[in-house]
Design a protein around this ligand. Structure first.
Ligand SMILES: [Zn+2]
Length: 244
């Protein structure tokens, strides 16, 4: 049980979390004195089209993924975007994605720079740093939608299955797959394809963890200012299967 967010499967360290959050914010040059998006100074909302409700943000991601699947992605003017984003950022969605090189959230949703706040780690699980990153984008950048994006044939989840079955993994991999093992064990109790079930379970568990993460995300969810959803990217055609 985490004493910070109350989540039974997490254990956040307050010192570690605070140190990393301050490092993150300091590196981004943000003014922490700003308590919310309503007080953002002019120039910190460089993309007015990114000011969306949670439902509008999800609809935009779905349309973007449809264009990507059909091969009719927009042409992005990186020069103009670069200029607009010098003064700030207001990404409309945050994505927790696997680090797998075949998954590219900006491509998969046909989005541009400044649109997605992406946290990536093999196995797309939320740890303290990922949580702090999303707290930052929700509270200070106005993001209204978070997506936990798993994918089929995930090697990290497969490694977690092997570890649960007794395999010894090299280096720091055991520490990584520890985060995925609860989902693997839950999937083992179900019939069907173990890897596919574990991938799905891992996404769903991280969605719930993000929704329940206090003090920031849980509050925004309860006030309906934030939606957290899960999806599974299909390697064969790029389609995203939305969960829930
Ligand atoms: Zn993966």
């Amino acid at each position: 049980m985490c004493n910070i967010c109350g989540n039974p499967s997490l254990n956040h360290s307050p010192i570690y979390s605070r140190r990393n959050f301050l490092k993150l914010v300091g590196g981004a040059g943000m003014a922490l004195a700003v308590p919310g998006r309503d007080l953002f100074a002019a120039g910190e909302t460089p993309k007015p089209q990114n000011v969306l409700s949670p439902g509008e943000a999800l609809a935009r991601l779905k349309k973007g993924n449809a264009r990507y699947v059909e091969g009719v992605a927009k042409r992005h003017d990186f020069v103009a975007e670069r200029e607009a984003l010098v003064g700030g950022q207001n990404p409309f969605a945050g994505v927790l994605s696997c680090a797998d090189s075949r998954i590219a959230p900006e491509y998969a949703f046909d989005t541009a720079r400044g649109d997605l706040f992406v946290v990536r780690v093999a196995g797309n699980f939320m740890d303290t740093d990922g949580l702090a990153s999303f707290e930052y984008t929700v509270k200070f950048l106005g993001t209204t939608l978070l997506v936990v994006l798993g994918h089929d044939k995930c090697g990290a989840v497969d490694a977690a299955i092997k570890a649960v079955k007794g395999a010894e993994l090299p280096g720091h991999l055991p520490e990584l797959v520890e985060h995925i093992e609860p989902a693997v064990k839950a999937a083992m109790a179900k019939s069907g394809d173990l890897l596919a079930n574990a991938i799905r379970e891992n996404v769903l568990r991280n969605v719930e963890n993000l929704k329940a993460a206090s003090p920031i995300l849980s509050q925004y969810v309860s006030e309906k200012k934030l939606m957290v959803v899960g999806g599974i990217y299909k390697l064969d055609d790029g389609r995203i299967e939305w969960l829930g």
